[in-house]
Design a binder for this molecule. Structure first.
Ligand code: GLN
Ligand code: ZN
Length: 776
């Protein structure tokens, strides 16, 4: 029998129950017991959904109150020293409080500890809590969460497959907090505890355990490669009778194929969405073993309906070769990265029925997995037959639909010419012309775009949606808010103003709503970190721009002042990266379509008298492919997309870009190739250290290193900012430097914003004076 295997299910709940319960617990509105109950309820619901669809290998321990990597740290007792007092004080029954203290910091009852660091989970928009390791790190079985979840499912009559983060991947995800050792050296201490957990699971009745080793699908150094056989034979030896499914995802095995197939496991999971081609190379490895192959054919990273025909094309030859009891059908990775349930999308005004018919969320993907298994085996019942037919029709509809395919857009992409991604003149020439047009002082001051999105501003938008404000009333309110912001900036002496982005809900959604080719969801939430969820828009079709998107509010702001107002756009790569995008054409093609739409907007702004235009690209770095071999190609098209969007204007129009980080060491040449006249970046938290990449590279264009951290309500003093600017000036020539915050101010309140910007303008003045003195 062809079996079905699920790797993980969304844990937030279809109505974001977990988010709501977590936040209620944090603010003291519900008890620990109540929160635990919500968690259990979500697990039970998820297990029931999977059982009713007929999934054979149902995961447990894929649930998490905050993050599965943090769960792992707690499971193995990797609790950093600074939490020990709290752990001792609270005792075991307060495990959850300790857990949240590690995730979010703790400031109560005389205890004041900072949170652990958070970073992106591979190339997803999910963020995990980074394990911290010390040289004499010890491990112990601290949390029994994995066992408890197994036990809870067993009570429902389901023997689940517990999911554990593999020991090598777990160590690699962490960080050494002191010098003198490598975290992989801790493996000998970790494995005994790992085995302890495994034997407990076995004692409770577990048959299969899923060991996630996504690193096995990435570029590995020799040290790591040599560790895999050692670790897996120890696991095998220490746990006779327990079966392991080794799980890889987000990439193909490529050069690690031999290694992966040499490991003593009972099943191996392959991501065939990201690494479709790898099946060819694994065939020869399969001949004489009884290894089960788990085929990840249903995309766990995107929301499109699976194409049954093409999945069966992959699956059938494997079944022919191995027989159906050595093949499992699965999603490519955990379904954590897609929304819960498409059935909840019932508002046609947001998600048209035609588009909805092309989609599948987590729950629907389970049915797809089941259908493919049934179809591959050829024992088809009527219901499956009907779904297969509907699937075929949906694929045909999608490949020809006039909603998606627009000849004019495709032709325009095809006719992109050689010079289209180039400004007319070099930066040196442009800089001179811009200086003439703008007459800016040394160390010009500006902000990144948004001003506080206060409760009131957000409530106006909600009221407009509900119909309790007319469009006219709403516009009046936004107009007043913009006016105040412009006048305030003018009175402060900022050099390049912004309009404040009060009319925008979100920097991608705002553009998506105005572009052709986008749809939205009501409940399409995906966990980003902890209780934070995002709702990426759905980019389903050829992109075009029916009319101006930002000219109205930018031109209005400009009409209020003689000083330049900076137009504010989101860049093509960021729009792409923060949406669910098409899988029926290369990402680069979609990026170029968005780029041309943004280009038209840039030109329209210029025509409307806007002299400075910022194209935000905070997501350019996170789009970087996981494998080194793929990165060059990505960077080339990503930079090209940005340049296409920016190059339609004259030399004297100044193009800015902005990125909310500045770990640029490895990609600085490409950042320079974007050729923005000014780039603003985040540097204050690293005390300008991150600026070194720019200095070492002799970055040619202007730079605005952020002089204060906008993530905190703390107001920095003028002196602090002067200090940072002096540091910047020591490595970057003064003529290239701008003065600005790290990022937009939409999450801040007005009082701290006003105080901080005022101090920032004063800091710039101080610097100008000090330079003037050295010249005198
Ligand atoms: N212009 C946007 C803002 O100021 C940029 C946000 C971002 O970089 N994430 O809010
Ligand atoms: Zn930013």
């Amino acid at each position: 029998m062809l079996r079905t295997n699920n790797l993980g299910y969304p844990r937030i709940g279809a109505q974001r129950e977990l988010k709501k319960a977590n936040e209620a617990f944090w603010s003291g509105k519900i008890s620990r017991r109540e929160l635990l109950d919500v968690g259990l309820k979500i697990c039970q619901t998820n297990w029931e959904i999977q059982r009713s669809v007929g999934i054979d290998l149902i995961p447990s321990n894929d649930f998490s109150f905050y993050d599965q990597v943090l769960d792992t740290s707690l499971t193995f007792g990797a609790i950093p020293q600074r939490y020990h007092a709290l752990a001792d004080k609270k005792g075991v029954e307060h495990e959850l409080e300790l857990y949240f203290a590690m995730a979010r910091g703790y400031q109560q009852e005389g205890v004041d500890v900072t949170a652990m660091e958070m970073t992106k989970w591979f190339d997803t928009n999910y963020h995990y809590i980074v394990p911290e390791f010390v040289k004499n790190q010890s491990f112990s079985l601290f949390s029994e969460k994995a066992i408890n979840e197994f036990y809870e499912a067993k009570k429902m009559g389901i023997i689940t497959k517990p999911v554990l983060l593999g020991p090598i991947t777990y160590l690699l995800l962490g960080k050494e907090k002191e010098a003198g050792f490598h975290r992989l050296d801790l493996i000998d201490k970790l494995l005994p505890v790992y085995n302890q957990l495994l034997s407990k699971l076995k004692a409770h009745g577990a048959e299969w355990v899923q060991i996630d080793e996504p690193f096995l699908a990435l570029d590995l150094d020799d040290k790591t490669k040599s560790l895999y056989p050692k670790v897996f034979s120890q696991l095998k030896q220490a746990n006779p009778g327990l079966k392991f499914v080794l799980t890889t995802y987000f990439e193909g095995l490529r050069d690690n194929t031999d290694l992966a197939f040499s490991l003593p496991v009972n099943a191996l999971h392959l991501d065939l969405v990201r690494g479709e081609g790898q099946l060819q190379s694994v065939f020869p490895k399969l001949k004489n073993k009884d290894l089960v192959l788990s085929l990840g054919v249903v995309d766990g990273r995107n929301i499109w309906k699976n194409d049954y025909e093409s999945s069966l094309g992959l699956v059938r030859p494997v079944v022919d070769e191995l027989g159906s009891n050595r093949v499992w059908i699965a999603p490519s990775c955990s379904l954590l990265h897609v929304p819960c349930d498409l059935d909840l999308e019932t508002d046609e005004a947001i998600l048209p029925a035609t588009v909805k018919n092309w989609l599948a969320f987590a729950k629907q993907k389970l049915t797809e997995v089941k259908d493919i298994a049934v179809l591959a085996e050829g024992r088809v019942d009527e219901a499956t037959q009907a779904r297969a037919l509907a699937n075929k029709e949906a694929q045909e509809d999608r490949s020809t639909s006039k909603l998606i395919h627009h000849d004019a857009v495709k032709q325009r992409i095809a006719s992109i010419g050689k010079g289209d991604d180039q400004r007319k003149s070099t930066f040196a020439v442009r800089k001179q012309k811009q200086q003439q047009a703008l007459g800016l002082p040394l160390f010009p001051t500006t902000t990144i775009g948004s001003f506080p999105q206060t409760k009131e501003v957000r409530s106006w938008r909600a009221q407009l949606k509900k119909g309790s404000l007319t469009a006219e009333q709403y516009n009046d309110l936004i107009r007043k808010e913009t006016e105040e912001a412009v006048h305030w900036q003018e009175s402060l002496g900022i050099d390049v103003l912004v309009h404040g982005e009060f009319e925008r809900n979100d920097m991608v959604e705002y553009f998506g709503e105005q572009l052709q080719g986008y749809a939205f969801t009501k409940n399409g939430w995906v966990q980003s970190y902890g209780s934070r969820c995002v709702k990426p828009p759905v980019l389903y079709g050829d992109v075009s721009r029916p009319k101006d998107m930002t000219v109205f509010w930018t031109a209005f702001a400009q009409s209020l002042t003689k000083l330049p107002v900076k137009g504010m756009l989101t860049g093509p790569v960021t729009i792409l990266q923060w949406s669910f995008v098409r899988n029926d054409q290369p990402r680069s093609e979609t990026a170029f379509q968005i780029a041309l739409a943004i280009r038209d907007e840039v030109v329209a702004l210029e025509k409307a008298g806007i002299k400075v235009i910022q194209i935000d690209e905070p997501a350019i770095r996170e789009g970087l492919p996981l494998r080194k071999a793929d990165q060059q190609n990505y960077l080339e098209w990503a930079v090209k997309a940005f340049r296409l969007s920016a190059s339609g204007v004259g030399d004297d129009t100044q193009i800015h870009t902005h990125m909310c980080y500045s770990e640029f060491n490895d990609i600085i040449a490409h950042i320079a190739a974007m050729d923005a006249d000014v780039i603003t970046i985040e540097t204050s938290r690293s005390q300008m250290e991150l600026l070194d990449a720019f200095a070492d590279f002799s970055y040619p264009n202007d730079i605005g290193p952020g002089v204060y951290d906008i993530h905190s309500p703390r107001v920095p003093s003028k002196e602090e900012m002067v200090f940072l600017l002096e540091k910047a000036k020591a490595v970057i020539p003064a003529e290239q430097l701008w003065v600005n915050p790290d990022c937009g101010l939409k999450t801040r309140a007005w009082p701290e914003t006003k105080a901080a910007i005022e101090a920032m303008v004063a800091a710039a003045k101080t610097l100008r004076e000090s330079v003037q003195e050295t010249v005198d």
